[in-house]
Design a protein around this ligand. Sequence first.
Ligand code: ADP
Ligand code: MG
Length: 254
Amino acid sequence: MQILKVENLRKIFDGEVILDDVSLEINKGEVIAVIGPSGSGKSTLLRCLTLLERVELGKISVAGDTMVETINGKPHYAPEETLRKIRLKLGMVFQNFNLFPHFSVLQNITEAPVHVAGMSYETAKANALELLEKVGLTDKAESYPYQLSGGQSQRVAIARAMAMKPEVLFFDEPTSALDPELTGEVLKVIRALAAEHMTMMVVTHEMAFARDVADRVIFMDNGRIIESGTPEAIFVHPANVRTQTFLQRYSDSV
Ligand code: ADP
Ligand code: MG
């Protein structure tokens, strides 16, 4: 079943085309890895898909609801009520965690379920504790973000996103702000989610991880999807010379 359908997206910043004719689909339970050089538009794509940025052209549908479509060459976003419903289906984990610094770990995770989704505090707390157990941080429930390592912070951020029970979880380079020794603990959590068939789209420079975990890999360059396919197709038999050149830089890590 298709969860996300993206057709012919175009995003412009300051008169410059940043996303150019980007189309993709994500089925329920799929893990998509997005790779590509810095500045190729990976973050912008995730931000457009999660309503943090608006597109200039194209169509996006989430679980059958149209977020935006193009009519007479202009983007038409759904009414705010529909967008609110769509937003609840989309989770995002950022490179720099973006935890609320003045909230405890537990408050970070219960805030949106209670205040955005209208869940009772008791239910939200029970869910949060379950999620903390899943990410291996039961003992940090009462800690504050400044007391956590980067790896722990990112695991809290993942628990926080999961607390809203999203249909799709997006990750924007979830480990690139981490020291190498903390990367593994975060990737392990994402692998566990993949094993549970959580639908995810992960922008990453961890090529070995992408190869092992992704069902499909998308290579972006210069605002376009240059190539997409199975990890085997992209990493072992890349068809496009730009994909080949990009991957050569990572050949040691795959
Ligand atoms: P990536 O995540 O692949 O490194 P980005 O999506 O961050 O790439 O950026 C793609 C291009 O869009 C870059 O040229 C960047 O400078 C530009 N860009 C990103 N965000 C903005 C913005 N808010 N305003 C203007 N230009 C932006
Ligand atoms: Mg980026």
